[in-house]
Ligand binder design. Structure first.
Ligand code: G6P
Length: 612
């Protein structure tokens, strides 16, 4: 949440920062701002709304400077407004600062500062931290770096901060704890950002800053220190990402591009790992730790949002194939209750961004208790990837649309392959079943391709139901989590209230909502309980609900019961979620655009939730 960008070098900073903010807008878009430093003068510009509104407000301004910082905000403390937008400036006007995270003990610090005569221009915790730094600097007559170090030892919460100071003409000082920071190393220039997307265009050499580290960044110099003022050697990594991956590539929205990329992202996820002809799945993260996994009494899955839904599908798959008990937990609940985690417990952490604060902290807690963390992560080099003992990347490439699509199918593929490897070692799966599932997995990219060819059918359905106030999504077995995911996607992207339910459980409540105005989406592919879901359809039809069904090719019963239906290729029930989710992603997308919603940046949401 919140995107931050910084530049110090010889080029003009503003265009680089502006472009970077646009790339990071998925992290929040309540307001944005930049601070530019030139000849000892600090100019700060900020604006409520999306980055483009800041850009428009600055047309015609002379924005020359070779050092600057910029921020795009997802509001926590204080409403979205010009005054709460970052950068903030300290009381004496000498320092400008941007912040991603939350300073939890800000109220206490603020009351001390108020007593000392400080006043505040905004309602943010960031301005409190900034004036705290200024106050320490004043009282100790020390450098800003020293003041920052002292301040950070006294604050609780999460932060990635960048600050520039009038008296430091070419230096950006940065620090992180809990919120990500990447530094790009150019020739006589440095780039700082929340992720690599603003950097990739200029350099592929980056340093991922760790928690409790401070960076002093000048055009020709990068110094990393810990909070104890000891110097740390920066570890330079090469980015494995192309610029094209973070651009729209001719699509109207990132979300649509990412939905349509799934045949290739799923293929990339399988590539080099699965070979059905040789009956082989190679996953070093699983193979190298197989003993650890096999001796686990149970597996805990921890995630949030869409990733949590992938966890629910994995629960069904792992229990079925591996016969190991699985529990799926919301990270935000897990971290605050008193869960039982023992040494040797296996935890699967699922996260697209690898930065979700609740998931990260839950894992830190479990790791302290001796759990073994297996990360299923999309963002390479992210915090969750780094905290994991082992893992497997989903290889879906950068996901920019706020609603997760291709990362979800990547997670399902990785989790499925993981379960197959474990099951084979455990001998809880027959060779025939194992081989059949390998063949089915290999066919997924072409089946997804076939579904996408019929996207227009979903567009027509979306047009028909776009004015509904509520939707119900129902599924059984492996498709129950997909019902939850379909409902979540629709809420996120179209602002229509939607509920996902197990189809049979619907009788215990949601059925009361059914009337002729309620669209009910059934995910009713051919599986062992197909007849049961047909009965559930009858129950809805009898109450005049409008049935939209996602069914298997060749199903002759469901079309008669449905007002609208969409066919997907035949697949094993374990594989079906990878296919059934695609039309639901498209449905939310097309309803969203039919309603004129900015589907890549729906209101109030952010992609990388780095606050709890
Ligand atoms: C946010 C995003 C969702 C995502 C969830 C978990 O809510 O909008 O799309 O599923 O965070 O994020 P993660 O990066 O941990 O998968």
């Amino acid at each position: 949440m919140c995107g931050i960008v910084g530049y110090t070098g010889k080029k003009q900073a503003y265009p680089i920062i502006l472009k970077g903010l646009k790339r990071l807008e998925y992290r929040g878009y309540d307001s944005s701002g930049v601070a530019l430093l030139k000849n000892g003068i600090l100019n700060v510009y900020k604006k409520k709304g999306k980055v483009v509104e800041l850009e428009e407000s600055l047309l015609g301004e002379t924005l020359e400077a070779t050092i600057g910082i910029g921020h795009t905000r997802w509001a926590t403390h204080g409403e979205p407004s010009d005054k709460n937008a970052h950068p903030h400036t300290s009381a004496n006007g000498n320092i400008a600062m941007i912040h991603n995270g939350i300073i939890e003990n800000y109220a206490l610090i603020k009351s001390d500062l108020l007593k000392k005569g400080y006043s505040f221009k905004s309602e943010t915790d960031t301005e409190v931290l900034l004036n705290f730094i200024e106050d320490i600097q004043k009282n100790n007559n020390c450098s800003i770096e020293e003041a920052l170090r002292i301040a950070l030892k006294r604050v609780t919460g999460a932060y990635c901060i960048l600050l520039i100071e009038k008296n430091n003409p070419d230096t950006i000082i940065a620090a992180r704890k809990g919120s990500p920071l990447v530094i790009g190393i150019g020739k006589g220039e440095h780039f700082l950002a929340s992720d690599a997307s603003p950097i990739i265009e200029y350099t592929k050499e980056v340093v991922y800053v760790n928690d409790y580290e401070l960076a002093i960044v000048k055009p020709d110099e990068l110094i990393l220190k810990n909070l104890g003022n000891e110097t740390i050697t920066p570890y330079i990594t090469k980015l494995d990402m192309e610029l094209a991956a973070i651009e729209k590539g001719g699509y109207e929205h990132f979300m649509l591009k990412e939905i349509f990329e799934q045949p290739s992202t799923i293929f990339d996820c399988l590539r080099g790992r699965l070979n059905s002809k040789e009956s082989l799945i190679k996953m070093s993260g699983v193979d190298d730790n197989i003993e650890q996994i096999l001796k686990a009494d149970r597996i805990l899955i921890i995630a949030c949002g869409t990733s949590w839904h992938a966890g629910l599908v994995a629960e069904y798959i792992i229990e079925e194939l591996c016969r190991i008990p699985v529990e799926v937990e919301y990270a935000s609940e897990f971290r605050y209750r008193n869960p039982i985690v023992n040494k040797g417990d296996v935890i699967i952490a699922i996260s697209q961004s690898g930065e979700t604060a609740d998931t990260l902290v839950a894992l830190e807690k479990a790791k302290e208790n001796g759990a073994f963390i297996f990360g299923v992560v999309n963002a390479v080099g992210s915090s969750i990837a780094r905290i994991s003992n082992a893992g497997a990347y989903t290889h879906a490439g950068p996901e920019i649309g706020v609603a997760s699509t291709k990362a979800f199918t990547g997670q399902l593929v990785v989790l499925m392959m993981t379960a197959l490897v474990v099951a084979r070692h455990k001998k809880s799966i027959s060779e025939d079943r194992y081989n059949a599932l390998l063949v089915e997995l290999e066919q997924v990219p072409e089946k997804v391709e076939a579904i996408l060819k019929n996207a227009d059918q979903i567009k027509t359905i979306a047009e028909k139901y776009k004015t509904a106030n509520d939707f119900l999504f129902l599924g059984r077995g492996y498709n129950f989590p997909i019902a939850l995911e379909g409902a979540l996607k629709l809420k996120e992207i179209s602002y229509i209230h939607a509920e996902g339910y197990p189809a049979a459980e619907m009788k215990h409540g949601p059925i009361a909502l059914v009337d002729e105005s309620l669209p009910v989406v059934f995910i009713a592919t051919k599986d062992p309980y197909h007849e049961k879901i047909i009965s559930n359809m009858q129950e809805i039809k009898a109450r005049k609900g409008k049935i939209i069904s996602i069914i298997s090719e060749g199903d002759t019963i469901s079309p008669d019961l449905s007002n609208d239906y969409f066919c997907i290729p035949i697949a094993d029930e374990l594989i079906a979620p990878l296919l059934t989710v695609i039309p639901l992603q498209l449905l939310s997308y097309y309803v969203g655009i039919a309603k004129g919603i900015d589907v890549d940046k729906p209101r109030n949401l952010a992609k990388s939730v780095t606050v709890e």
